[in-house]
Structures are given as C-alpha cells and as structure tokens.
Design a binder for this molecule. Structure first.
Ligand code: ADP
Length: 158
C-alpha cells in the first residue's frame, strides 16, 4: 500500500489544493492531507476549522484522510507509513521554497520522496492568501473554493 502525505496550512483549503488531492488519489492507495498547526503564520481559521473544512471539501475522495499535525513532517510521515511527501507547484515563484523544503526533508529522511504535482490551469494562480484577501474585500471567489469554505469566509467577514 503506497501512502502519500500532503502537508500544508490549508487556511482555507482551495480548489487548487483539492485538485492536487484528486490527482494524487489516483496515484496512491491513500492520501493523508496533513493540516499543519502553523501558529507562526497566524492563520485566519483555527486548526479545527481548517480540518473540518478540508474534510467537507474532500468528502468525495474516498481514499483521502484528513489529519492535523504539529510535529516534524518526516516524523509524521513515518508514523503514518507514508513514503511520499506531496507538494503542489503553481509557478516558478513556488520553486525556491519548495526546493529548500524538499532538500531538508531528504536530509532528515532519505527514504521519503518529495513529489510535485501541477494543478489544473484554472487553479494555478490561486492561493489561500489571495482567496482570503479577495473575499475580505467582497470579491467573488466561488469558482476557487468549495461552498462550505465560501460560507465560512462569509461568516468571518461579516
Ligand atoms: P504551506 O503553508 O505549507 O505553503 P499551503 O496550504 O499554502 O501551505 O500550501 C500547501 C501546498 O499546496 C504547497 O505545496 C502549495 O504550493 C500547494 N498549493 C497551494 N495552492 C495551490 C494551488 N492553487 N494549486 C496547487 N497547489 C497549491
């Protein structure tokens, strides 16, 4: 059984994230979406909310499991028997950070491979932070997020 872990802040989950999970779900027996506590990023949504939103947005993907984590990613991966760390690559601007992250994770856990997936073109320009910003200013972000995420953002912004 091949298990991949897809870590991130998911503040909140977007259709770009979901697209990556859907693609990975075809390639792996199980995809664990690992929602990082990330207190240093001062997330808009609590870890419990981010996990709940991800569970709803990904409910149709039967081999996706959503967990929270606040320990070292490679330790989390090994605790869950995951041999692959998945990350999404949107543009060249993602590359440097992702390259560093993959490098340190390889030093820490040489047996775990980092794999990058590209989202569908229509999601290649969106990020959680842009969605938060546009929604906060009253813009329509419905094509980029699941309706439950839209409702949660509306609630936060009202
Ligand atoms: P992090 O704080 O770890 O960057 P994010 O939730 O912002 O957490 O992103 C998690 C992963 O998903 C990262 O690899 C990021 O590049 C990727 N990602 C974010 N938005 C998209 C998107 N629209 N399409 C594809 N991948 C994305």
């Amino acid at each position: 059984m091949t298990i991949a872990v897809y870590p991130g802040t998911f503040d909140p989950i977007t259709n770009g994230h979901s697209d990556i999970v859907a693609r990975a779900a075809i390639l792996f027996d199980k995809v664990i979406v690992a929602v990082a506590a990330s207190p240093g990023k001062g997330p808009m949504f609590s870890i419990e909310q981010r996990v709940a939103l991800a569970k709803e947005a990904l409910a149709d993907i039967k081999n996706a499991e959503i967990c929270q984590f606040d320990n070292l990613l490679v330790d989390f991966a090994s605790q869950h028997d995951a041999t692959v760390i998945l990350r999404g690559l949107r543009a060249v601007s993602d590359f440097e950070y992702e390259f560093q992250l993959a490098g340190i994770n390889r030093r820490l856990a040489p047996d775990v491979e980092t794999l990058f997936l590209r989202p569908a073109e229509q999601y290649a320009y969106i990020s959680s932070s842009l969605v938060r910003e546009v929604a906060g200013l009253g813009g329509d972000v419905s094509e980029f997020i699941h309706p439950v995420v839209q409702a949660a953002l509306k609630c936060r912004n009202s």
